[in-house]
Structure formats: structure tokens, C-alpha cells
Write a protein that binds this ligand. Structure first.
Ligand SMILES: Cc1cc2nc3c(=O)[nH]c(=O)nc-3n(C[C@H](O)[C@H](O)[C@H](O)COP(=O)(O)OP(=O)(O)OC[C@H]3O[C@@H](n4cnc5c(N)ncnc54)[C@H](O)[C@@H]3O)c2cc1C
Length: 497
């Protein structure tokens, strides 16, 4: 047996990988992390996030545990509500149309609060998401949609805090080191083959954790599995997540699982670059559409913008935009809702038009049939139930009646200039299909037996997300299953948590 570089090799350096590495180290293992990206681009999709994490809490006391420096004034001025185990279960079941694996969901939900506390102990700090997930009504912030905390400094803060935690515990991170294959003798995984500085190396260890993302940054795999047109989607985050972990495991008999034709995809600035830009982060997204309307090239609406809170529709509406002629849409708002637009509508890199009359505005919406657009607005304004009060904090039932595509909540007439339009296309976040794991995060083979020495966590596990996704669950999934995978990998041979 050649010399081992570590007990546990973790492939990747995003949230799932760091949680795996920290848990393995805590269980007594010597850990080596491998990161394909150079240090300045490291951290995967986790670094592009806002750091919003969906976690179970039973009231303000739990929030105070996660955010100990919450001031009495903040507590007084905020209605945090609750987000119970039952609510999280229901959300996962509902948005995945009851396809999500109940055993994986149970771990995700029941371990969420304990896992965030564990991350806190490792040095990760959290704050309430007052701006994006709570609107101020009568001087008090009220949270909605089950998403209440984020990491200090967003995704870059999360990766910086996790990197510091790893360094502090003597965990080595090798940057610019892409894992290519698993070393497998037909009975157990014994390491990885990597490319580093243009040369190939074999690195041996007792076990390997794959935490190197989905295949969202691989245009060829997107087209192959998500379908025609997906090569045209913009990638919201890292260009390094090209499906390597999934490919490596399948090559030694790993079992594929989950919604391989599905992905998380959002409305994204039409002229955004091919991959994410760390200087802009998630700000290319445009998530205030529940308060406006969406118009396609034909000048028509095509989706219920107010079907549910943003947290439960945004991840599936990217696909809907991709399916429109020319793969684009315009989000339309008037001044009545302007104050509700999120901060991402104020960035410099934006495709925006505005006008004082609706006729002039129609001419400015590039690529849109202006005559049909004006007809759509006229029909829209006549269909809004203005007798129902508008309230952005609840599903207010202020809907339209009688349109080909009705809007269920937050419908407002479009009649108060200046009118504003923002052009969006589809931005793919991450893919849903991946590897089959058990509740110890062991990768299973096609006979559903564990592949000894191989574990997985994060985007590349299948079976959790189908069709859609509740906002903030990606980081929570990576944290919960990363922690489990790291602990299991450190105990490999016994394979018990
Ligand atoms: C713009 C944006 C905003 C988001 N906002 C949120 C949010 O607020 N909340 C939330 O919960 N989720 C959010 N998500 C989703 C979230 O980012 C992911 O679900 C989560 O970060 C995935 O974590 P991960 O560790 O599995 O993958 P990643 O963080 O992507 O890490 C994968 C790592 O593997 C490395 N890698 C890839 N291939 C190899 C290889 N062959 N060898 C070595 N290393 C390799 C990558 O470089 C990277 O370091 C967002 C995503 C994006 C893109």
C-alpha cells in the first residue's frame, strides 16, 4: 500500500466540503482538501451565495442561540415567527411534489438547527436577513417564507470563515488541484488521481468524500441531461462544477439518483457573463417579480408571478423563461411597487428601461411586440381585484380574474409612471441529479451496497430536490450531509456515525 497523504481526502472546497473536512478532523482524522480552482476563485457556488440558510427554529430563543448578539431593540422590532420541523418537511414535500427521499429529508430537517450551531462553534457567524426576507410593516419587520438567517458577509464571508476554521485545525487545502479519477481496487476506494500544475499524481487515503458540485457548469452535460436549450443558459456561479465527482463515482459503479433532467434555475440579468462574476455575486438575479408582471417577446404574460412567495417559485421560473421565444423576458413594474424592489435592481450591470407613458415604454422594451404588450397591459389593469388589500408579507389573495394566465397574489395595476422594465434570461444555479447515498452519506453502487471508502455531500447527491427547491436549502443540505460524510469517512471501516 503506497503512503497515504491523509486519512480522509475531501474533493472540493465549498460549503459541503468544508463541513465534511471539519467533521472528519473533529473525529480525529488527518484531512486533505483538493480544490480545482486557484485560491482567488475558490469556494465554489457557496462563495456566490447570499449565505441564506433554511433552518428549523421554534421562536426567537432559537434565533438568539444562532445570533447571540441580537440586541433587545432588534428583538422588539422583529416578528421572527417560527419555522418548525413540520413546516420544513411540508415545504420539501410540496415543492418536490412528494418525490424527495424521506430519509434524506428527515436528516436535512431534523439536523438543521444542530448543524448550524455546530458551524457556529467552528467559527461561522449568522445574522437575520432583515432586508430580503422581511418587510417592515408598521415599524416592525415580519419574516415570511421560512428563510431567516444568513452568514455574516454572505457567501464570501461563509467561505472565508470556513477556510479560517480549517486552517486553524491544521487542514491543508491544495488549490489548482483537480481530481480526475478514483483509485479503486474493485473492493474499496483508496484515493484519487489528480492533475496539479499540469502533472498527474496519485494521492492515497483511507477514504474519499466527494463534495465537488453538480454539472451546471458543463454545457454538454446540461444539454444531454436537462435537454435542448440548456446549453444557452447562463451559469450563475462557479465554472469549476463540471460534474467530475458524479462522473468519477459512476465510473466505478456508483448508482445515479434523482431528478437528472431537473435543476435550480432563476431569472438572471440578460447580459450577464457566461459564468458567475465574484465581484457581482448573486446580484445578477432579479427576484422581485412577485410584485410585477413578466412579459415575453410576443408581448404576453406566461406565468403566475404570484403563485407563492418568491422562496418557493424563483428556482423553477428560470426554466420557464428559457422556454420563451428568444430565451428572455422583461420584468415590468410601476412606481407603486418600486420601493419593494430588492437591492439587486440597483446594480450598474443591468438591462433596464424606463418611460413616463406606457406607449413610450412599450417601444423601449427591446424584442417585444409593442402592440400586443399594450393590449396585455389593458387587459391586466381591468382584471386586478383592487378591492382586496395589497400586503407583501402574506399571500394576500389580491389576484386577477379572467386572464389566460392569472396571477394569484400581489396583483397591482400598472398605471403609475415612470414604468420600469428589467430584461432577464435563465441563470442555472445547480443540477438536481446526482449520486445515491445512504444516511451515513456513503455512496451506493447499482446493487445499492455501499462503495467502501467513498462518501458524498452537497450538490452532487441525488434524491433531495425534484422540479423545484425551497430557497436556502442548498447550503443547509451541504452542511448537514457534509458533516455526516466527514464523520463517516473518518470512521471508515466501522462506517457508523
Ligand atoms: C449565485 C448563487 C446564489 C446562491 N444563493 C444561495 C443561498 O443564498 N442559499 C443557499 O442555500 N444556496 C444558494 N445557492 C446554492 C448553493 O450555492 C449551493 O447549493 C451550495 O453552495 C453547494 O455547495 P457545495 O459545497 O455542494 O458546492 P460548491 O460550493 O459549488 O463547491 C464545489 C467545489 O468543488 C470544486 N470542484 C469541482 N470539481 C472539482 C474537481 N474535479 N476537483 C477538485 N475540486 C473540484 C469547486 O471548485 C468548488 O470548490 C446559490 C448558488 C448560486 C450560484
Amino acid at each position: 500500500m503506497p503512503d497515504q497523504v491523509a486519512d480522509v481526502i475531501v474533493v472540493g472546497a465549498g460549503n459541503a466540503a468544508f463541513c465534511a473536512a471539519l467533521a472528519a478532523q473533529e473525529a480525529g482524522a488527518k484531512v486533505l482538501m483538493l480544490e480545482a480552482a486557484p485560491e482567488e476563485e475558490s469556494g465554489g457556488n457557496s462563495r456566490f451565495t447570499a449565505g441564506s440558510i433554511r433552518v428549523v427554529y421554534n421562536g426567537v430563543a432559537d434565533i438568539k442561540t444562532l445570533v447571540p448578539d441580537l440586541t433587545p431593540a432588534e428583538i422588539e422590532n422583529t416578528d421572527f415567527g417560527t419555522y418548525t420541523v413540520g413546516q420544513f418537511f411540508d415545504d420539501m414535500a410540496r415543492v418536490t411534489r412528494h418525490r424527495a427521499d424521506p430519509d434524506l429529508v428527515e436528516l436535512l430537517v431534523t439536523q438543521s438547527f444542530a448543524t448550524l450551531n455546530w458551524m457556529r462553534e467552528k467559527g461561522v457567524r449568522f445574522i437575520p436577513i432583515c432586508g430580503r426576507q422581511a418587510f417592515r410593516i408598521d415599524g416592525k419587520f415580519k419574516f415570511w417564507g421560512g428563510l431567516t438567517v444568513e452568514t455574516v458577509g454572505g457567501g464570501p464571508g461563509l467561505v472565508a470563515m470556513l477556510t479560517a476554521a480549517a486552517h486553524k485545525r491544521g487542514i491543508e487545502i491544495r488549490y489548482r488541484t483537480r481530481a480526475l479519477d478514483l483509485l479503486y481496487d474493485g473492493s474499496r476506494v483508496e484515493g484519487v488521481r489528480v492533475r496539479r500544475n499540469g502533472t498527474m499524481q496519485e494521492l492515497h487515503a483511507k477514504s474519499v468524500v466527494l463534495a465537488c458540485g453538480g454539472f451546471e457548469a458543463n454545457a454538454e452535460w446540461r444539454t444531454r441531461y436537462l435537454g435542448p436549450g440548456w446549453d444557452l443558459a447562463k451559469v450563475r456561479g462557479s465554472r469549476y462544477n463540471t460534474g467530475d465527482g458524479i462522473r468519477m463515482a459512476l465510473a466505478i459503479g456508483g448508482s445515479p439518483r434523482g431528478n437528472w433532467s431537473g435543476c435550480h434555475a432563476v431569472q438572471w440579468e440578460m447580459n450577464a457573463p457566461e459564468f458567475g462574476d465574484l465581484a457581482v455575486g448573486d446580484q445578477f438575479q432579479k427576484h422581485s417579480y412577485p410584485f410585477g408582471i413578466l412579459i415575453n417577446a410576443s408581448g404576453k404574460r406566461f406565468v403566475d408571478e404570484g403563485a407563492d412567495f418568491r422562496n418557493y417559485t424563483y428556482a423553477k421560473y428560470g426554466r420557464v423563461v428559457l422556454e420563451q421565444p428568444g430565451q428572455f423576458a422583461w420584468q415590468i413594474f410601476d412606481q407603486k411597487v418600486k420601493h419593494l424592489l430588492r437591492d439587486e435592481y440597483k446594480i450598474r450591470q443591468i438591462t433596464k428601461v424606463a418611460a413616463d407613458t406606457i406607449e413610450e415604454f412599450a417601444q423601449k422594451l427591446e424584442g417585444v411586440n409593442a402592440t400586443e404588450f399594450l393590449k396585455t397591459i389593458e387587459e391586466w389593469n381591468a382584471a386586478v381585484r383592487t378591492d382586496v388589500p395589497f400586503n407583501p408579507n402574506v399571500k394576500d389573495g389580491r389576484r386577477t380574474r379572467g386572464l389566460a394566465v392569472d396571477k394569484s397574489n400581489w396583483a397591482n395595476t400598472i398605471d403609475t409612471p415612470p414604468f420600469e422594465g428589467y430584461a432577464v434570461t435563465c441563470g442555472v444555479t445547480f443540477t438536481f441529479g446526482g449520486l445515491r447515498i445512504n444516511t451515513d452519506a456513503e455512496v451506493l453502487n447499482t446493487d445499492y451496497q455501499p462503495i467502501r471508502g467513498l462518501y458524498a455531500a452537497g450538490e452532487l447527491i441525488g434524491g433531495l430536490f425534484y422540479f423545484n427547491y425551497p430557497g436556502g436549502t442548498g447550503l443547509m443540505s451541504g452542511a448537514v450531509f457534509g458533516r455526516i460524510a466527514g464523520k463517516s469517512a473518518a470512521n471508515t471501516g466501522t462506517n457508523r456515525r
